[in-house]
Design a protein around this ligand. Structure first.
Ligand SMILES: Nc1ncnc2c1ncn2[C@@H]1O[C@H](COP(=O)(O)OP(=O)(O)O)[C@@H](O)[C@H]1O
Ligand SMILES: Nc1ccn([C@@H]2O[C@H](COP(=O)(O)OP(=O)(O)O)[C@@H](O)[C@H]2O)c(=O)n1
Length: 233
């Protein structure tokens, strides 16, 4: 299958909330000159649109219809990336904790997973991409050339989220934020379709006591070795 990957290899990064997937994917993509696909943002866009349309999180028919009419795109905006849902910039609105929990509920539904699976495979097929999410290495691209499973303790991931929320002026407490992280882990790990789990051939990195730069160095060296570019030292 890799023969048709004209733009490079596929790198899959999976793991729970707050493990560092988005930060590391962005940095690694810059280093490698690869495209970054945040699949969580795609599920978040579906969740936001379902909320606006008043579709219940277990209404499979309603969710299927919503997905049929939904186009999610990423557009580069300087150093960051904007998320467009049917052309509307929803980048900010999809990042609330409420949408995070709703996303975890609707992303357990089969029609939502099927619709986004098709989109994600089309986006990544040519290679030269890093996809981050929960099921990239297990379901979306089980044949990805490089797979990482990023994790950290729930307390540390909750603390990181809490600091982000506090910086945004959000009123959440540390205890509440850790509890929500644990709730989302349980929902994502316990679901029937594409549960969060480490692919057997993924390199596991526990970032609890590592800095972003230390994690980035491990990842970049791993990918460059796979590309035959040796150790970056
Ligand atoms: N190794 C790390 N050490 C300290 N903070 C980190 C580390 N990795 C990520 N962070 C911070 O934790 C927060 C969540 O990271 P993020 O990349 O959004 O995680 P995810 O995409 O897995 O939910 C961000 O504020 C990020 O800067
Ligand atoms: N490939 C993916 C990506 C996200 N998701 C779901 O979408 C939710 C939000 O994903 P995210 O990556 O934006 O969340 P954070 O890790 O940034 O908190 C997750 O809790 C999962 O339920 C998924 O099911 N499959």
């Amino acid at each position: 299958m890799s023969a048709v990957r004209t733009n490079g290899v596929i790198v899959a990064i999976d793991g729970p909330s707050g493990a560092g997937k988005s930060s590391l994917t962005k940095l690694l993509a810059q280093r490698l000159g690869y495209i970054h696909i945040d699949t969580g943002a795609m599920f978040r866009a579906v969740a936001l649109m379902s909320k606006r349309a008043g579709i219940a999180s277990d209404d499979d028919a309603g969710l299927a219809e919503l997905c049929r009419g939904l186009e999610v795109n990423f557009v580069r905006d300087g150093d960051s990336c904007r998320v467009l849902a049917n052309g509307e910039d929803v980048s900010r609105e999809i990042r609330t904790e409420e949408i995070g929990l709703l996303t975890s509920a609707i992303s357990a539904r089969k029609p939502v997973r099927e619709a986004l699976l098709t989109m994600q495979r089309a986006m990544g097929a040519k290679g030269g991409v890093i996809l981050e999410g929960r099921d990239i290495g297990t379901v979306v691209f089980p044949d990805a050339e490089v797979k990482f499973f990023l994790s950290a303790s729930a307390e540390e991931r909750g603390r990181r989220r809490y600091l982000e929320l506090a910086a945004r002026g959000d009123q959440a407490t540390l205890e509440e934020t850790i509890a929500k992280v644990i709730q989302r882990d349980q929902q994502d790990e316990g679901r029937e379709h594409a549960p969060l789990r480490q692919a057997e051939d993924a390199l596991a990195i526990d970032s609890t006591t590592l800095s972003i730069d230390e994690v980035l160095a491990v990842m970049e060296n791993t990918v460059r070795k796979r590309l035959g570019q040796g150790d970056k030292g």
